[in-house]
Design a protein around this ligand. Sequence first.
Ligand code: MLT
Length: 411
Amino acid sequence: MFTINENFCKLPESYLFSEVARRINAFKQAHPEADVIRMGIGDVTLPLCPAAIEAMHKAVDDEGSSETFHGYGPEQGYPFLREAIALHDYKERGMEIDPSEIFVSDGAKSDTGNFGDILSADNIVAVTDPVYPVYVDTNVMAGRAGTLADGAWSKIQYLPVTAANGFVPEIPAGDHIPDVIYLCYPNNPTGTTLTRAQLKVWVDFALKNGSLILFDSAYESFIREEDVPHSIYEIEGARKCAVEFRSFSKTAGFTGVRCGYTVVPKELTARDSEGKEVSLNHLWNRRQCTKFNGASYISQRGAAAIFTPEGRRQVKEAVDYYLTNAGILRQGLTEAGLEVYGGVNAPYVWIKAPGGMSSWEFFDLLLEKCNVAGTPGSGFGPAGEGYFRLTAFNTLDNTLEAVRRIKEAGF
Ligand code: MLT
């Protein structure tokens, strides 16, 4: 009889956002009259920008004629998109990234989850805590996490980021050297950021210890403050120790269209068990060619359009809209007497649950009293207990209404 990968059986029953959706739906069934404002999963509400829509309409027409039809594309992405990314996301910001180091995909969730395919199951993995659950769950699936007790996996190194350390993860002390470190900045879920100097500490640590940093910068377009790095490659030496993941989902509203990319610099190498140097760019390319047939031509044409002057202007307008919402949440919830973090260079605000409540208690209370749904911090890791996340991705009207209800409820 066939057997299964039992690591999957170790996972909690459901993925965090599925569980949140299940509870909201149960609440809605019990209270059909309730007008629930969803600020849980970070899904966008604005339509795609006109530049992307126009480019995708044209791409559909291309597919309708034998002269312009595109079948299988390059697994790594079309040159028109890889070149636009290298130019606008990197060169214009003073970083040299070659198009051949860019791998276009269907989004950062898949890539951050899949990247472990090319890493040994023996690696010690470190994550900031709280953390985007995909990093942890996919390492559980790969057998790198050990066993679960009190919300923590025995083989994962948790680097707490809480109000106590200003949401800046501390370098592991003593012999606890992780092989692989996941960093996400601007951070999901806390909405906080690192300065260049704070990120440099991690790059230096990785270079000194031969660790790999998996840097998720899916929220890069929300950065408005000067001293916050947009890419880990702004830090000297990062090309030798870091992979970067980016997404068009939050930048340009591609949550439904699907497109993102991963940068794997050519200098990034590791040694195999015989001491031979192996290129990660080569391995990732090999993995992608076997398991992935590329993001769709239509999505990639849409993504390329956001780098045109009008595309960039339209995308910035949408991101500014969400940042206005984030500011409204920050201010309104602070006025309501809550402790609030993040939301300045990120679409997430991170709230301390009042009165020593647990994250799920506050989730239930907010849903029942205000009909506002968020995400319980404990779902993102042990150090998220007692915190709560709201997203700024709803409409301006709903954001104002949510703040009004929360103020009225008086926590
Ligand atoms: C979130 O809410 O954390 C994100 O939307 C999840 C994701 O990007 O997959």
